[in-house]
Design a protein around this ligand. Sequence first.
Ligand code: MTE
Length: 451
Amino acid sequence: MALDAEQGQLQPAPESFLAKDLVEDISRDGIDPARRKLLQNALAAAAAAAAAAASMVAPSLMADDDPDIVNLPSWTRSLGKPVVANPYGQPSPYEANIVRRQSPGLTRTDQSSVSFTPLQNLFGMITPSGLHFERHHQGWVDIDPRRHRLMINGLVETPLVFTMEELLRMPSVSRIHFLECGANTGLEWGNVAVPTVQYSHGMLSASEFTGVPVSLLLDRAGFDRQRATVLLAEGADGSSMTRTINLENALDDAMVAYGQNGEMLRPENGYPLRLVVPGVQGVSWVKWLRRLEVGDAPWATKDEVAHYVDLMPDGTHRQYTSIQEAKSVITAPSGGQKLLKQGYYDITGLAWSGRGTVEKVEVSVDGGRNWRPARLEKPLLPKALTRFHFDWVWQGDEVLLQSRVTDRTGYTQPSRAQLIEARGTRSIYHNNAIQTWRISGDGEVHNVQLG
Ligand code: MTE
């Protein structure tokens, strides 16, 4: 896979996507024509050889062309590795390039930084835990679960303190949700067309989270239903991460989660306990969660007055803009990749909405002049990622690829021009504009900003 040259301080995406480059050549029986020809040659030669001399083995004349077909590869002729050679399973060494990447220089220290999920290399709707993006304000911490506590206090009858053991014994739920940092796609506000989807949209991941509903914990503590309107969530790391959460969101589907994709949370993602607030921007998903305080007014903490506010064109700030509005992006083909041949491509990407399920996704190959419906993978889950596909034949011409989503509320993802008209250009957060990838005649894919 050819890559864009490094732009600024950003690292290029790894080589990848080879399977997709070959899609055009794969016929209905799934065999590459070149490989089928080879097989036919081999069979014909074998038949001829068998007729000439029964002792002759399958032809070796093809060995140089394709040793895996004519000569059995070493892994077919040898004993494999024993069980538990990898007590905790790891990806194949051939996938070593598929990793979270940091953008050096984006932040002053590596502790207050971001690592981006390689969206261009993933399938389906779940992010493998080891590739879940990270956003820390003061580094990640390794917490001993035996020493961790969750306190519920504030406007409650009985303040409570839970150990992890107690939380693990309570009734639990497991649900799949996306987690998107409010700053995802933030660089695009400033006309910085970052080279790959990993950097433009990679502060987005999705997992199956398991934990205890917040409503259950608040009920146990006997929260004041007359006065309570908000919760304060506080993390145990050094960043004093504290966020005001609407009680409505908290009682609806929020949970204190200890599980991620069937196992305990990864330390980077908040082990042993984090808040999950589906549909709400990532900063509210407080990691290493140690306290929930019930209150009757927003706390206006540093992370909600100095940060995570939206500067509007008239100079005012929007605060507490927590819901992640509907958004979609084509992940392949995407920036930094190259189409090697003309022919069929499965255009694929992700769509999501903080307000519920995805209703439809449309794809344009002409910069938004014409739109056609994409196929959505099931199940369509609320506040989760939806994988979409669009069958397409590339004829070598220049193309402007876009996707746009409409969610179940009827809201449609805005174009970049529409977003800028409403919000100006001085924001950092909540950029959900339609993304454009330009495919040039030589097949190279670049991030471009239309409008
Ligand atoms: N919680 C604590 N305690 N400390 C943090 O730095 N970062 C927040 C949020 N919760 C943060 C935190 C931000 S800004 C985001 S986007 C998400 O965690 C990122 O979660 P992740 O690192 O699991 O992807």
